[in-house]
Design a protein around this ligand. Structure first.
Ligand SMILES: [Zn+2]
Ligand SMILES: [Zn+2]
Length: 253
């Protein structure tokens, strides 16, 4: 992808998708991730650990206790405590209760190998799952939609996300860890632009050096000339306003 020169530098105010060694397949602590966010000049960090359906995923008590344990602001970084919930089947069932999802700051819904049937679900099944997820009031963000292993009619589902008031993540790890994602993510970003669906750029970091690593997504935003207003985490105040609107959360300004 070409790196078009732009007049002003573009960057995120905070990463919306990160993991820690708590999940068993990531390698940094929450403190290290927060320090990395600070080093990048971010204002906030979303901590979004895996739900319980994944191998070594977190149990509900983990998500309840993170609120009691982690301050809202740590070393100047606003910490949003959320999850990356697993979509279990085509009814949109999730691996955490609606009550718990409603208590979190930020909920990403993702398709992983925990989705049933496990053996390569067809595109129609995927579309039905996303349609149901789009109607779940406690889902904020759609995780790595561009995974080619879970491909579907993207135009149809992006329209569901528009109707359901969802935010679509441009996962900036996908092009590295989910082969073929470059083209699908580009297609999804173009559709979100066309339908006015808000997006966020995330790293899906599993190590602290990746926190805030979204250069791939910034290039996509420039290449597709996506209006900055559609990328919610390019601006802290815009992200705060979105959290206030969605969940009535007042983040420190
Ligand atoms: Zn994921
Ligand atoms: Zn993740």
């Amino acid at each position: 992808m070409s790196r078009r020169k732009v007049g002003k530098s573009l960057n995120i105010a905070g990463d919306t998708h990160t993991h820690t060694l708590a999940c068993g397949h990531a390698f940094s602590t929450l403190g290290e991730n927060i320090a990395a966010a600070g080093a990048r000049g971010h204002r906030f960090l979303c901590y979004t650990e895996h739900g319980p359906a994944m191998v070594k995923g977190m149990n509900p008590w983990f998500f309840q206790n993170q609120r009691r344990s982690v301050p809202r602001v740590v070393d100047g970084i606003v910490v949003l405590l959320g999850c990356e919930a697993n979509i279990l089947d085509e009814t949109g069932a999730m691996d955490l209760s609606q009550e718990l999802l409603g208590q979190l700051d930020w909920v990403i819904a993702s398709l992983h190998d925990t989705f049933r049937p496990q053996a390569e679900p067809g595109p129609q099944t995927i579309v039905r799952a996303w349609k149901a997820v789009a109607q779940n009031p406690y889902v904020d963000c759609i995780g790595h939609l561009g995974n080619p292993r879970m491909a579907c009619d993207y135009e149809t589902v992006v329209r569901y996300f528009k109707e359901g008031d969802k935010i679509v993540e441009l996962n900036c790890s996908s092009h590295k860890v989910r082969p073929g994602s470059d083209a699908t993510c580009r297609q999804i970003a173009a559709l979100c632009k066309a339908y006015g669906v808000p997006m966020v750029l995330s790293s899906d970091a599993h190590f602290y050096t990746d926190v805030g690593e979204v250069e791939w997504g910034l290039n996509l935003v420039r290449d597709l000339e996506i209006p900055e207003e559609l990328i919610l985490n390019l601006n802290y105040d815009r992200f705060c306003a979105e959290l206030k609107r969605r969940r009535d959360i007042d983040l420190p300004r």
